[in-house]
Design a protein around this ligand. Structure first.
Ligand code: DOR
Ligand code: ZN
Length: 345
């Protein structure tokens, strides 16, 4: 049995860091594992300009513990009014690594998102021209559509037509949760890829709803049926370079989650690598973990691979019941469970 695995330093291609105290509380969990992360812009108010993104990056670096070497990669929150010139300038200057499409109303702090794809046509054309990556929250917001179908319908109604119109647009379908997403990405050109979260590899919708409502298993897109989880596990461990690590770690206070209208989001940052590696181990695919965690993402984003390595060993890791994020209690993914791998310090 493999007792330890050493891989090139990994990156997290989808992360929510928040701001202020929460940022200070959650950042070290990510920075101790990952060299870089794509930082989501859904703050309140959202990060919609290059100036706001540069300021947010400074706030992140200011609270980064000195012994940790970590680079935040910033994204622009697209709105109906995004200025293509500001976006392109921010990209050229290295402030933005990508732009994020939130359909308005699809998820946490998406109220200012895009109300119709036609409203950002000029922005998307410019992105296609300059090769800037579009990160997509792929869910429709049509109230007629069942929440469990919203990703599949988004692909059919929005994403596929968009890519037919702009076949060179570089797209990451974030947090893929369905077999349809996996199939679509695999059938698309090399300009289309997807991130996969640890939770969607570990849990299906039963984890959320059987034996009581479990708010800490609730995120968006919601975990789906078992067959979808299995499709995601096959995709992540397949060796295809179209799939890579993106945790979507999304901290909310315990009280905001355990509420009559609980927030969507799973805080998986503290043991993200151990969580993913458990899946690759269960699937007999330890040899494919490095590509998923450390190679496919930078290759897609056309960024250099990281130098240095991290080592994980087969040893029990007890995940705490709760984490103190600079004064706020946050319940982590796998709370109270034991994982079989440990990141060596
Ligand atoms: O579960 C989620 N939480 N999904 C998202 O798309 C947003 C995120 C958040 O910001 O809390
Ligand atoms: Zn997210």
């Amino acid at each position: 049995m493999t007792e330890a695995i050493t891989i090139r330093r990994p990156d997290d291609w989808h992360l929510h860091l928040r701001d202020e105290d929460m940022l200070r509380g959650v950042l070290p969990h990510t920075a101790r594992q990952f060299a870089r992360a794509i930082v989501m812009p859904n703050l309140s108010p959202p990060v919609t300009t290059a100036q706001a993104a540069a300021a947010y990056r400074q706030r992140i670096l200011k609270v980064l513990p000195q012994d940790l070497d970590f680079a935040p990669l910033m994204t622009c929150y697209l709105t109906d009014d995004t200025d293509p010139d500001d976006l392109a300038r921010g990209y050229a200057e290295g402030v933005f690594t990508a732009a994020k499409l939130y359909p308005a109303g699809a998820t946490t702090n998406s109220a200012n998102g895009v109300t119709a794809i036609a409203n950002i046509r000029r922005v998307l054309e410019r992105m296609q021209e300059i090769g800037m990556v579009l990160c997509v929250h792929g869910e429709v917001t049509d109230p007629e559509i069942d929440i469990f179908d919203r990703e599949a319908v988004f692909i059919e109604r929005i994403l596929a037509p968009l890519l037919r119109e702009m076949p060179g647009l570089r797209v990451v379908l974030e947090h893929a949760t369905t077999e349809q997403a996996v199939d679509y990405v695999l059938a698309s050109g090399e300009n289309v890829a997807a991130t996969i979260t640890p939770q969607h590899l570990h849990i299906n919708r039963n984890a959320m709803l059987v034996g009581g409502m479990r708010p800490h298993a609730y995120c968006l897109p919601v975990p789906k049926r078992e067959k979808h989880r299995l499709a995601l596990r096959r995709a992540a461990t397949s060796g295809s370079e179209k799939f890579f690590l993106g945790t979507d770690s999304a901290p909310h206070s315990q009280s905001a989650k355990e509420s009559g209208c609980g927030c969507a989001g799973i805080f998986n940052a503290p043991h993200a690598l151990e969580s993913y590696l458990t899946v690759f181990d269960e699937e007999g695919a330890l040899d494919r973990f490095e590509a998923f965690a450390s190679e496919n993402g930078p290759r897609f984003y056309r960024l250099p691979l990281n130098e240095g390595t991290v080592t994980l060993e087969r040893a029990p890791t007890d995940v705490p019941e709760t984490i103190d994020a600079a004064g706020t209690a946050v319940i982590p993914f796998h709370a109270g469970q034991r994982l079989g791998w440990r990141l060596r310090a």
